[in-house]
Design a protein around this ligand. Structure first.
Ligand SMILES: C[S@@+](CC[C@H](N)C(=O)[O-])C[C@H]1O[C@@H](n2cnc3c(N)ncnc32)[C@H](O)[C@@H]1O
Length: 219
């Protein structure tokens, strides 16, 4: 059975969705491992697939045998990793012909989100995201990923103002941790005002949530 690793898996919501979708659409069965640096995240996931293995581990120092995975995935997490060490670890973990998939957001894409546009200082305070240029330049140092390609994934979604406020209060992005509680409350008030002014119907807010997808077969 093919083996897939999700790095920076958080609660494991994406890897579970991948397993479910590929099983339903293509009849594929995966053996999956979800790994994350946070013990809390690893243990707090809602496990729908009992065969999912959960491991506490750093993206930069994976505790797995070389060439043991058919696919290595990472969603919304690479900006937390030291990029060179992560790519090196992923190259070692993948078997030849295996696939690395990284789903992330660039600083430019972040600026175009509803948060980047309306939440004061949101894009400026988030300095961890990798630019497309930085990703390309770093990938070029790894001959194992010589056939890597980067694809812009445009994505629009509909939200209500209430849902956006709820997400901010739930600190849906770690960027919000860069605000003191007082700064956050003031910024949230400004955000609410700006969004209400830009969208007359608060129950129908169309926002951009574009991402970058890195697809790299392991050579
Ligand atoms: C924004 S969350 C994304 C979680 C999940 N992939 C998702 O999209 O729901 C980023 C995750 O990366 C983890 N993380 C941060 N630094 C890490 C590292 N060096 N190695 C492994 N995981 C790390 C965090 O604990 C967190 O769960």
């Amino acid at each position: 059975m093919p083996l897939v690793l999700d790095i920076g898996s958080g609660t494991g919501r994406y890897i579970e969705a991948v397993i479910e979708t590929t099983a339903a659409d293509r009849g594929l069965a995966w053996q999956a491992v979800a790994c994350d640096a946070s013990r809390f995240m690893v243990s707090s996931g809602h496990v729908t697939d009992p065969s999912l293995n959960r491991v506490v581990a750093l993206a930069e120092a994976l505790p797995f045998q070389d060439e043991s995975f058919d696919a290595v995935l990472s969603f919304n997490a690479v900006h937390h990793f030291q990029l060179e060490a992560f790519l090196g670890a992923a190259a070692r973990a993948l078997r030849h012909g295996g696939l690395l998939l990284v789903y992330t957001r660039t600083p430019e894409q972040n600026t175009r989100t509803v948060w980047g546009r309306f939440f004061p200082d949101f894009a400026e305070r988030e300095t961890r995201l990798y630019t497309e240029q930085r990703l390309r330049a770093t990938l070029a140092c790894y001959p194992q990923f010589r056939f890597a390609r980067l694809e812009e994934r445009p994505w629009r979604m509909r939200k209500t103002l209430g849902r956006l406020i709820q997400q901010a209060r739930g600190r849906c992005y770690s960027t919000f941790s860069f605000y003191t509680p007082t700064e956050f409350e003031l910024a949230l008030q400004t955000f609410r005002r700006r969004v209400a002014a830009a969208y007359p119907d608060p129950s129908n807010i169309s926002v951009r949530n574009d991402h970058l997808l890195l697809v790299a077969p392991r050579y």
